[in-house]
Design a protein. Sequence first.
Length: 466
Amino acid sequence: MTGKMARLLLVLLLVALGAPVYYIFFKSPPPLPDIDLNEWWGPEQMKTKHDTSLKPFKVKFDALMIKDLKDRLKAHRPFVPALEGIAFEYGFNSKQMNSWIKYWSEEYPFSEREKVFNQYPQFKTNIQGLDIHFIRYKPQVPANVEIVPLMLLHGWPGSVREFDAAIPLLTAVSKERNFALEVIIPSLPGYGFSDAAVRPGLGADKVAVVLRNLMNRLGFKKYYIQGGDWGAIIASNMATMFPQEVLGYHTNMAFSMSSRTTLIQTFGAIYPPSVVRSDLVDRMYPMSKIFGTLLEELGYMHIQATKPDTVGVALSDSPSGLLAYILEKFSTWTKPQYKLKADGGLTSSYTREQLIDNLMMYWATNSITTSMRLYSETFNKRYASLGLDEIPTPVPTWILQAKNELAYLPPWILKFKYKNLINETVLDDGGHFIAMEMPKVFSEDVLSAVAAFRNWHKDRNVKTEL
Ligand SMILES: *[C@@H]1O[C@H](CO)[C@@H](O)[C@H](O)[C@H]1NC(C)=O
């Protein structure tokens, strides 16, 4: 090959490699999707008599439901023995089932827990055809303390119960703050006591609209939001679609799946310290290890994103099946090493009561199938084509990065999406259900974030009064 040809080839190669990189980095983000604020998700015939009132709501575990649940728990067939020497590597270990079944059917104090479920005021109101259930708690404050609204969003397989221990900490009045939080904690549509859509299409972008409408229904034109898991994705969409309303976004699962992010992650594999702080390299690399973990752990996601109704038949019929399916996630997502513990480490991080409280949100309402459909409605072409992760948001953002969260991205990469990412808290501990596992750490971080958001707005002279 002549020198000239070699040079030509080199130029061609650079163009071939450079063009997509250039394209990914400099193409302008897609426009915001058209937002239909009134899209109807309930039965068509309800449209003409739309009731927009707020109705007080209390959880009631009725005797028939409890009896049926206990009968089903006791009537299970013998469990297939786990393999020799195996803990939770193949999934929930069946040797653990009997003690959980005994606890749920004989020891779980239903009526006492019902009172705990009702310790904070709850309501339902109909948004776009769906009755949305939410906790709303406003603390009593002295005259010089400003009340600030914060919506907290759970994910799958969690529920509003994840915030039980955090609520009193979040809403506490302190001499160190000139504000106190009023918390609004909805059950996502199709989860717990909130209605599910009756027709396809209620993906994470449309749920963002429903929850924005909920805040407006309650009279909040401007508010703060917090989310983990699906709650993080939905809250991120709210920050992207309603930046003039959302005053700040706090998340314990900061993630962004834009093509730029993926490209940087991939190139970063050549020399990880070029992408991520050296003490956090193992949260992102080696990619083979991260992908290996994803392959091992995300089977449920593929099922729920494609055939939620099939597995839903099994899980809504069998409380022991539901228990194994959900508690396996509370084990592995809290600490991956829990897979190697005979009992899945479950009671090292939570009480049995807490875990069954969360299961009751799914069992008592028969909502496991509709909860899983959120995956199908979001992991699809329609949602991907919106490119929401490519659209930057100016909403001030604060991220809390627990040690065992399912994914990690450094702040400089997240800044492509969250232009005003103002702080990052990195924990050496904690997992995916951080509000439930470490309520004090979680609440303090959220309060610091809201204080920082308020200063951020003050520095910019933005009116934050409601
Ligand atoms: C960011 O967080 C750190 C540690 O929590 C804190 O010391 C610092 O003041 C925070 N920065 C802002 C802008 O709030």
